[in-house]
Design a protein around this ligand. Structure first.
Ligand code: AMP
Length: 414
């Protein structure tokens, strides 16, 4: 089976073409600056590293997808003889609210539901919907599967997702914790269980997705118990440019003092805060760590704040789950940043966490890096959201018992 995976951002589109007979990536690429002058397509065919980078005539996601399908079937750069080779398209969808707790095959009913959810992720959800619609038009006989960042977290208990604000806001607007990066947390939790040779349903895990965006999830017996992101991906840890949890009154205070609108302050919290905000240098940990090593005090402080927050979540979730069997790191920082993993795990021996610094320092694709005597295992595992999306697509099409599979038929777009 060949599965195309699409990840539509507000002005970008990432894709991978996977051959699921051996789960290999045939081609991957990215369209940048969608809707802005100079839309760029970067494409790579994996077998021979043939690459294509050029401007494309695309004004929106639909036109960008047309260009992607064109290059995937082109003799010079492609990997398919024609589009009929595609068995399914998996679409990443950021926030499905409470509507979907697992991936679904998209039919007209599902599509209508998704269209009611744009408020929940105003930058991402409309882009994903236009991606789904464009694919349906260009490949009307190919099943479309939607995979949701929020789905895995729908197993959270109410005490984790209800905010202590008037309950009517949950009832009226469904304001609650949703959690994000769910596909990544689920993937690394399963891989960690396999590496530990344990059944996920017998484990308590903390999965730390530490990238530009960052979240920590507490997983008990294969189900999410709590997660650090909230109603939006702004909550929780300090991140590259996002503030994470702050006193909500700060928003109003800054708005008043600086004469800014709430939208402007919201933008500051999303794009000018976090590691960038404290250091004033960069949202990229490599830049901030270099500056800290050279003695920059604010860079040092930014990293200290980051570590402080991560440790507070680790400790908090261990208390909530009455222990943990393993901590799993992933994403740009979690997979690559040896010194950050070391700082996070330092002085946690009272919680049974002891890192083996030598194992931590050896670069491998995935590894168990805790000391032999550590009660809690520590691992790092590269995430692979695209593979997870493609696997869900294959599962739904081949073996799905999901109700949406049963009435799936080529979709007529109204
Ligand atoms: P992601 O969102 O998972 O792509 O992660 C991107 C972030 O990972 C970048 O902004 C960097 O801060 C961080 N990163 C990537 N590679 C390294 C590295 N070798 N050392 C430290 N941080 C890294």
């Amino acid at each position: 089976m060949k599965v195309l995976v699409l990840n539509c951002g507000s002005s970008s589109l990432k894709y991978q073409m996977l051959d699921m007979s051996d789960e290999s990536v045939m081609a991957r690429g990215l369209v940048e600056r969608i809707g802005i002058e100079g839309t760029l397509l970067k494409h790579r065919r994996m077998a021979d590293n043939q690459t294509y980078v050029d401007e494309i005539p695309a004004n929106n996601h639909s036109e960008s997808i047309k260009e992607v399908l064109h290059i995937l079937t082109s003799p010079a750069y492609g990997v398919l003889s024609d589009l009929t080779e595609i068995d399914a398209v998996g679409h990443r969808f950021v926030n499905a609210g409470e509507h979907f707790s697992s991936s679904v095959i998209v039919n007209n009913e599902v599509l209508k539901t998704l269209e009611t959810l744009t408020d929940f992720a105003p930058l991402h959800n409309p882009a994903s919907i236009s991606g789904i619609r464009a694919c349906m038009e260009m490949m009307p006989d190919v099943p479309m599967v939607a995979v949701f960042d929020t789905a895995f977290h729908q197993t959270m208990p109410a005490e984790s997702y209800i905010y202590p604000i008037p309950y009517e806001y949950y009832e009226k607007y469904r304001i609650r914790r949703y959690g994000f990066h769910g596909t990544s947390h689920k993937y690394i939790a399963k891989r960690a269980a396999a590496m530990l040779k344990r059944d996920i349903s017998d484990l308590k895990l903390l999965t730390c997705h530490l990238g530009n965006g960052a979240s920590i999830t507490a997983i008990r017996n294969g189900k999410v118990f709590d997660t650090s992101m909230g109603f939006t991906p702004l909550a929780g840890l300090a991140m590259g440019t996002r503030c994470g949890n702050i006193d909500p009154s700060i928003i109003l205070y800054i708005a008043e003092k600086e004469g800014l609108s709430i939208d402007e302050v919201d933008k500051i919290m999303n794009t000018q805060s976090g590691i960038l905000g404290i250091s004033g240098i960069s949202p990229d940990f490599r830049d901030v760590e270099k500056a800290a090593a050279e003695g920059d005090e604010r860079a040092k402080l930014a990293l200290q704040v980051y570590v402080h927050r991560v440790k507070a979540y680790v400790g908090g979730y261990i208390a909530l789950m009455n222990g943990v069997d393993a901590i799993v790191f992933t994403a740009g920082v979690g997979e690559n940043d040896i010194s950050m993993r070391s700082r996070i795990c330092k002085n946690l021996y009272n919680l049974g966490i002891m890192l083996d610094e030598e194992k931590n320092a050896v670069r491998r694709s995935a590894a168990i890096i805790s000391d032999e005597d550590s009660r809690v295992k520590v691992l790092y595992v590269p995430t692979n959201e695209e593979l997870m999306i493609a696997r869900d697509a294959v599962t739904l099409i081949m073996h799905g018992t999901d109700k949406y599979k049963m009435d799936w038929k080529p979709v007529v777009i109204d």
